[in-house]
Design a protein around this ligand. Structure first.
Ligand code: FES
Ligand code: FES
Length: 160
C-alpha cells in the first residue's frame, strides 16, 4: 500500500504492507527508533506518537490510518541543536532512569500542554495514565511536566 503523510514536518511517501502498524513503519521503514515497543497491546504508552497533535499507541495504530495526517515523533520535537522545553525539563528533573518510557512520556506531555498550558497535578496524572514507567517513579515525571509547562508559558510570553 502507498502511504503519504507528514512526518516531523516533512512530506513522506512510502510503500508498506496493509497490516503494518505505525510503530513498525516508523521504526523499520523510517528508521526512527526513539519510539519504543513494549507491551504491544496499547497498555504501556512506550510507543506513543502524535497524530495531528493527539497521542496514539503506535503499536496498535495501523500505518494506513495516518495517511494525509501529521505524525510527530520524539526525533521531531527539538529545534536543531536545541531541546524542546519538555525534553529539557525531563533532564533537569532527572525524570528518567532507563529512558525506555521517556519518548512516549514526553510526547504525551506535549499533547497535554498543547491542550492545557497550565494543568493541575491531578490533570497531569489523569492525562498521563496511559504511560507507564517501571523505574523512575512518577514524582520526577510530574515535576518535569510542571516545569515544562512553566518554561513553555514563559517562552510564549517572550515570543507570542
Ligand atoms: S507498546 Fe504500545 S502501548 Fe505498549
Ligand atoms: S525510565 Fe525506565 S521505564 Fe521509565
Amino acid at each position: 500500500m502507498k502511504l503519504e503523510f507528514v512526518l516531523d514536518g516533512k512530506l513522506v511517501q512510502l510503500d508498506h504492507e496493509p497490516q503494518e502498524t505505525l510503530a513498525e513503519v516508523l521504526r523499520n521503514r523510517c528508521h526512527l527508533t526513539g519510539l519504543k515497543v513494549s507491551c504491544e497491546v496499547q497498555v504501556c504508552g512506550a510507543c506513543t506518537a502524535l497524530v495531528d497533535d493527539l497521542p496514539v499507541s503506535a503499536c496498535t495504530y495501523l500505518a494506513y490510518e495516518a495517511r494525509g495526517r501529521r505524525v510527530t515523533t520524539i526525533e521531531g520535537i527539538g529545534d536543531g541543536e536545541r531541546l524542546h522545553p519538555i525534553q529539557k525539563a525531563f533532564l533537569d528533573e532527572f525524570a528518567f532512569q532507563c529512558g525506555f518510557c521517556t519518548p512516549g512520556m514526553i510526547l504525551a506531555a506535549k499533547a497535554l500542554l498543547h491542550e492545557n498550558d497550565a494543568p493541575t497535578d491531578a490533570e497531569v496524572v489523569n492525562y498521563m495514565d496511559g504511560n507507564l514507567c517501571r523505574c523512575t517513579g512518577y514524582l520526577p515525571i510530574l515535576r518535569a511536566i510542571r516545569r515544562a509547562a512553566a518554561l513553555m508559558r514563559d517562552r510564549e510570553r517572550e515570543h507570542p
